[in-house]
Design a protein around this ligand. Structure first.
Ligand SMILES: CC(C)(COP(=O)(O)OP(=O)(O)OC[C@H]1O[C@@H](n2cnc3c(N)ncnc32)[C@H](O)[C@@H]1OP(=O)(O)O)[C@@H](O)C(=O)NCCC(=O)NCCS
Length: 184
């Protein structure tokens, strides 16, 4: 049996915590999600508009299940990465304004993203900052393609994706949904 110790994966630059001053005077922390964020996320989910939830999940969602919250807030570091924009307080006490997530596909070569910037902090640049952090994770983990499904009428996300170099993948199109893909 090999006695060679398994090398711990390097945390990577994308795991850093960074304070971001929003144009409206507020400061939020961009940081990886923590298990303690589950409670504030669950507790404020009802404050989101139906429409923004549908844009994120592509269908209505009434509440987040315990199982979903556990997988979201305790991501497997080998296959998942979740970054949040949070109030500058301890995890658990801080409200979460935005969440961006990626999950590796089964074969590991591609990752799917999902993002929700709540209406309390949209239009202030957080979407771009969080998407950039997902791309950074992909670079660090040699993931060549980042993709996501976006409702056809979600012009904000389609424009944001386009401005970052994502292209539309027509062969995957499902009625009402556009798949966007970034080759990294
Ligand atoms: C789409 C979304 C992530 C954008 O987040 P955001 O923080 O508002 O985005 P940013 O502030 O970084 O803006 C990105 C671009 O969109 C534009 N934009 C932002 N809000 C806009 C709005 N309400 N109307 C039109 N354009 C808008 C910005 O001007 C910016 O373009 P620019 O760089 O040319 O100025 C956010 O609206 C959201 O979470 N929506 C609900 C969930 C969703 O749609 N998820 C995507 C599918 S998984």
């Amino acid at each position: 049996m090999s006695t060679k110790a398994k090398k711990a994966p390097h945390p990577g630059k994308c795991m850093r915590q960074e304070a971001v001053a929003l144009g409206d005077g507020r400061t939020l922390l961009i940081r990886p999600i923590q298990a303690a964020d589950a409670l504030p996320i669950a507790g404020t989910f009802h404050l989101l508009h139906e429409d923004e939830i549908r844009r994120r999940f592509l269908h209505p969602v009434k509440a987040l299940s315990d199982d979903y919250l556990m997988r979201l807030t305790q991501p497997d570091p080998e296959t998942d990465f979740v970054v949040v924009a949070a109030e500058p307080f301890e995890p658990g006490a801080a409200l979460i304004g935005a969440v961006a997530r990626l999950s590796l596909d089964d074969n590991g070569g591609r990752a799917e993203f999902g993002i929700l910037v709540s209406h309390f902090v949209t239009g202030l640049g957080l979407g771009k900052i969080l998407m950039d952090r997902l791309v950074e994770w992909c670079k660090e983990h040699h993931v060549r393609h980042l993709w996501g499904d976006v409702l056809d009428n979600n012009q904000t996300m389609l424009k944001l994706a386009e401005s970052m170099g994502f292209t539309r993948e027509s062969r995957h199109s499902e009625a009402g949904i556009t798949r966007v893909v970034l080759t990294i």
